[in-house]
Design a protein around this ligand. Sequence first.
Ligand SMILES: O=C(O)[C@@H](CO)OP(=O)(O)O
Length: 233
Amino acid sequence: MAARNKLVLLRHGESLWNKENRFTGWTDVDLSEKGVKEAGDAGLVLKKEGYVFDIAYTSYLKRAIRTLWIVMEETDLMWIPVKKSWMLNERHYGALQGLNKAETAKKYGDEQVFIWRRSYDVRPPSLEPDDPRYPGNDPRYGALKKDEIPLTESLKDTCERAVPYWTSNIVPDISSGKKVLVVAHGNSLRALVKHIDGISDDEIPKLNIPTGVPLVYEFDAEMRPVEHYYIRD
Ligand SMILES: O=C(O)[C@@H](CO)OP(=O)(O)O
């Protein structure tokens, strides 16, 4: 059998706002205690299963960055290069950021909240540019063009930034034989998986990626996905 290129995708461990059931998006909240443990467990299982990486990718958000740090520590790979990009950030949740998901469902109904959370192309209500949550006031996004800075995003919008990043940065590394780890977010990973597996717009609402469980993709020489599976202890 021809050698397969492997990729590991990892959603960050539980964040403080996952725990509080709040819409997070680009809000830079840290891991909860449980999230730190989940990240450590992910590192341990990767080590136990013999995974090593040549390069890692992550977002500009600390819940993903810290998860990656913990995994690099557990796998004794703190030396590997890390590329960070805002294009791997979580989907921007617009004016919902900070609100409690259950309270929002009580106010607007479960169906509306499901559409905001899982539909492919419906955007949550937008932020106003003078909102303190607007990412344009945050120096980490200072190099972005104004039209790249989101006020809200549908999953489709997230795909439109994450997939070009995948194609121009991550795919060339995998194709050249590098072992790649990507630590990102529930929806930025859903965007990548939708693209990799060719999941339709109608089917994508059913896909949920758990926190802190490594998801392995194996590709053939033409970068076609051959199989994928989660690794748990
Ligand atoms: O709040 C968020 O940013 C995301 C991920 O935690 O939530 P959801 O499951 O609604 O996409």
